[in-house]
Design a protein around this ligand. Structure first.
Ligand code: GLA
Length: 384
């Protein structure tokens, strides 16, 4: 953080008035369950996005991204026809969300530095929204609860950018706990408990390098299908509101009441909710093999039922079955590209990552990025 602040000072000729950082996240199990008010096992990563700013008079906001070197700007008073194409859209979106909630704000000079891989499924956008949100609230003397800050970040995606995503990304970035996965309930919007990774195991992240752009993907269509399934189920099961309320058996018994595609989408979500709960039981019993198998099962369901995988992600998961040391692998995050996560013996992790990326290169010609991911802390303000 000190280095980042020094860079800020060098660039703008003054120290920032506030600085913050927020991590990316990994979805461990619980794919597309968040907007169905279901359960997710996730964690924050050590890769973070830092944000610092200094308020200035007027309505002009300047931003410098130290990773890309891009200088960006926007005007608070300007209503543009469409959000900017660059990363400033997440910051402007967050400012607008906070203003909608009552924050008054002037222009500012701000800087961003990030180590979260972009468009990979590790929530680089949520990390920027949350980080910016924390520092903006500090400077403009405004306060929201952590859950409401997560909702403001979701508002950027839902209202400003048109992606009907759930709360998982911002929530994990805020509530992540160092060295622990968190089990979250997206109906009550709270962390139910934490769970450590099995002793001696690490998460290897492999980026397929096929960017996932959820706004242009079928993400919103998947959500519609889930809502359609919930609507049908709510007529059959008294009190059921979302897919979170449906058991695998209930869904099975209503199979002929819905379109086959809608059934498969629902089967994925209902199955994922069950797998999240099962994972907690297996972790308690230290059944690492069983825990890893759930990752494979989750991926298979993504591929067959939710159809949010790609040939590249499938190949990375297939490799996990043949390279020694790995107990489970799956796509993580929205899908349609991005990363896979692999549960690997820590002692084998480096060699595993090398072998997997070499095999991937041989098959696809693509140089995949791999990270042996440590579980990081949730977002925080920097105290000068
Ligand atoms: C994206 C969305 C999240 C969540 C995941 C899938 O990351 O932003 O809200 O739906 O996909 O679980």
């Amino acid at each position: 953080m000190k280095e980042f602040i020094a860079k800020f000072e060098q660039h703008y000729g003054r120290k920032p008035a506030a600085a913050s950082q927020a991590p990316g996240r990994l979805e461990i199990l619980g794919n597309h369950t968040d907007y169905n008010e279901g359960f997710v096992l996730s964690c924050a990563v050590e890769q973070t996005t830092k944000f610092a700013l200094y308020p200035v008079e007027g309505t002009r906001c300047r931003l410098i991204d130290f990773r890309s070197g891009a200088a960006m700007s926007f005007d608070l008073a300007e209503k543009e026809a469409a959000p900017a194409k660059d990363g400033s859209k997440y910051v402007k979106g967050m400012v607008l969300q906070l203003m909608q909630r009552g924050m008054s704000c002037t222009g500012f000079d701000a800087a961003i530095e990030s180590s979260v891989p972009l468009s990979a499924g590790m929530s680089s956008s949520a990390a920027l929204e949350v980080s910016a949100g924390l520092a903006l609230m500090k400077v403009f003397n405004f306060n929201l609860s952590s859950a409401d800050l997560a909702r403001a970040g979701q508002g950027v995606e839902n209202q400003y950018l048109g992606l009907k995503s759930g709360l998982l990304d911002q929530f994990s970035s805020i509530f992540g706990k160092k060295d622990s996965m968190i089990l979250s309930d997206f109906r009550s919007v709270e962390v139910l408990r934490t769970a450590a990774l099995p002793e001696g195991y690490s998460i290897v992240v492999i980026n397929s390098m096929k960017k996932h752009n959820l706004v242009d993907s079928e993400y919103n269509v998947r959500r519609q299908d889930c809502e359609e399934a919930a609507r049908i189920m709510s007529k059959l099961i008294p009190g059921a509101k979302t897919l979170r309320d449906i058991s695998p058996e209930q869904l099975e018994s209503a199979r002929d009441q819905m379109d086959e595609r809608v059934y498969r989408r629902a089967l994925h979500v209902v199955g994922e909710c069950a797998r999240v709960m099962e994972s907690i039981r297996l972790l308690e019993q230290q059944d690492v093999a069983g825990f890893g198998q759930l990752w494979f099962d989750s991926h298979q369901s993504s591929r067959e039922n939710f159809e949010n995988s790609t040939p590249e992600l499938d190949y990375l998961v297939e490799l996990a079955r043949s390279i020694p040391g790995c107990l489970g692998a799956r796509l993580s995050g929205g899908g349609f590209g991005g990363i896979t996560i692999h549960l690997v013996k820590t002692a084998d992790a480096e060699l595993y990552a090398q072998r997997a990326t070499a095999a991937y290169k041989a098959r696809t010609g693509i140089e995949a990025q791999s990270i042996i991911c440590a579980i990081g802390s949730g977002a925080e303000l920097y105290h000068f």
